[in-house]
Design a protein around this ligand. Structure first.
Ligand code: ZN
Length: 242
């Protein structure tokens, strides 16, 4: 029921929309269209505000179910049919886009060097972690991986979004960079994020258009997560987009 504007235009920060469902018991509304990312793939959901005329509601959380995208609001509970304007907290969201693209670039760099799958990951604005099955890791690898990642980002590779029919996506196992295929069997269309020439994978998140928007990163820490598994922590060292 919800048109997911963020899925094709990650730079859209504002929208007009109307309420299609209202759930006062839970303090949430579903909208017919939204720029708010509901979270997933390690990227946290957006927060922001909705305006009904001069009345401001705060969006404290966003999530999705099979029906559409739910927005938890404070400051009032608009009825079905209400028209409103929405605006995400753009500084936070843009930092998450830069962070998310950095994480995919790390996937690409680790894949090129070790052919290691991802076993988990998470991010916050400006920092994140990815877990890899990485039995070959040596502490000496940290500096060259960081250097290679920064080199790749500085090449200013394009980041492209496309959609593949499920049947086609299933023929390309390299699209699934996680060790376990997390795509629900019911999914008919697979969204693909391609850092052209570096990393291509199925993903629902929001990304920047080109890798130089990420700026520079630092590999903060590499931790052992059991035999053969490593957790790599990254942070963006360029506070705002270069
Ligand atoms: Zn991702």
């Amino acid at each position: 029921m919800t048109e997911r504007i963020y899925s094709t235009d990650s730079y859209a920060a504002e929208m007009t929309a109307s309420v299609v469902r209202s759930d006062p018991d839970d303090g949430r509304i579903m909208l017919d269209r939204t720029v708010f990312y509901p979270g997933g793939g390690g990227q946290p959901c957006d927060i922001g505000e909705l305006w009904i005329g001069d009345d401001r509601l705060t969006v404290t959380r966003v999530d999705q179910d099979a029906a559409g995208v739910w927005h938890w609001v404070e400051g009032g509970m608009p009825a079905v049919g209400t028209a409103l304007d929405g605006k995400v907290d753009w500084d936070r969201r843009y930092l998450l886009m830069r962070t998310h693209t950095a994480m995919h670039a790390l996937c690409g760099v680790i894949w090129e060097r070790f052919q290691s799958p991802v076993t988990g990951g998470n991010m916050n604005p400006g920092e994140g972690r990815l877990d890899f099955e990485l039995p070959q890791w040596d502490p000496e690898d940290k500096a060259p991986i960081e250097a290679e990642l920064n080199r790749q980002l500085a090449l200013n590779r394009d980041v492209e979004v496309s959609f593949l029919p499920r049947s086609e996506a299933d023929l390309d196992p390299s699209l699934i960079r996680t060790k376990v295929n997390l795509l629900p069997p019911s999914l008919q269309e697979v969204r693909v994020i391609d850092i052209v020439g570096l990393d291509r994978q199925a993903d629902g998140g929001t990304h920047v258009n080109a890798t130089d928007e990420v700026g520079q990163i630092r590999v903060k820490k590499v931790e052992s997560k059991g035999k053969g598994f490593r957790r790599i922590r990254l942070e963006l060292t360029t506070p705002t987009a270069p």
